[in-house]
Design a protein around this ligand. Structure first.
Ligand code: SF4
Length: 196
């Protein structure tokens, strides 16, 4: 007997024939054989479900990220299966762990090597604010060197918190206008970091 086809969009409803919910469908107009919407919505939908993270893990929070990637939590469910350590292939920089001041320029260099559009997530107290290491050698938050989109609190944050942060990034990505990166406001933001 053929196995029933299951969709992972909504597992409970998917078991009911003709009752599959397309949760991410953008707003628009539907008619007989057509659907119209904004270009930004379609691009945002594609981008948010195909993020390629670059894990910049320096210490304990990186271990939580490994759990987030593993089968139990499975970050791949969100379209982020493809991790890469090549900045030019990635669009989401995930900084996890204590960042020493000496490493600040390296974080910035990795950020600069990523193509636009790019997003940044500070995972854990250390990456967000220096955490418990209020010392001469530790950077008190990576937002001193690169702009951060989402901060995930915790020391360490549990994988659920990392997933929650990732979903917040997806919200931002999905709602971002295709023109934002060319805007004066964005250029001014990068200017505050000395980035042209
Ligand atoms: S926030 Fe806590 S768990 Fe994460 S890197 Fe810092 S000390 Fe380690």
């Amino acid at each position: 007997m053929a196995r029933p086809v299951r969709f992972n969009i909504h597992p409970i409803k998917a078991d009911v024939k003709d009752n599959i919910s397309i949760v991410d469908m953008p707003e628009g107009y539907t008619g007989e054989g057509f659907f119209t919407t904004q270009l930004s919505s379609v691009v945002g939908l594609a981008r948010k479900n195909s993020l390629w993270p670059l894990p910049f893990a320096t210490s304990c929070c990186g271990i939580e990220f490994m759990a987030t990637m593993a089968s139990h939590y499975d970050l791949a469910r969100f379209g982020a299966e493809r991790l890469a350590f090549s900045p030019r292939q990635c669009d989401l920089l995930m900084v996890m762990g204590t960042i020493a001041k000496k490493m600040g320029p390296i974080v910035k260099q990795v950020y600069l090597q990523m193509a636009e559009p790019r997003w940044v997530m500070a995972v854990g107290a250390c990456a967000s604010s220096g955490g418990i290491f209020d010392t001469y050698s530790v950077l008190q938050g990576i937002d001193q060197v690169v702009p951060v989109d989402v901060y995930v609190p915790g020391c360490p944050p549990r994988p659920e918190a990392i997933l929650d942060g990732f979903m917040k990034i997806q919200e931002l990505v999905g709602q971002e206008s295709v023109r934002r990166r060319n805007g004066e406001q964005y250029k001014a933001l990068l200017g505050t970091y000395g980035i042209q």
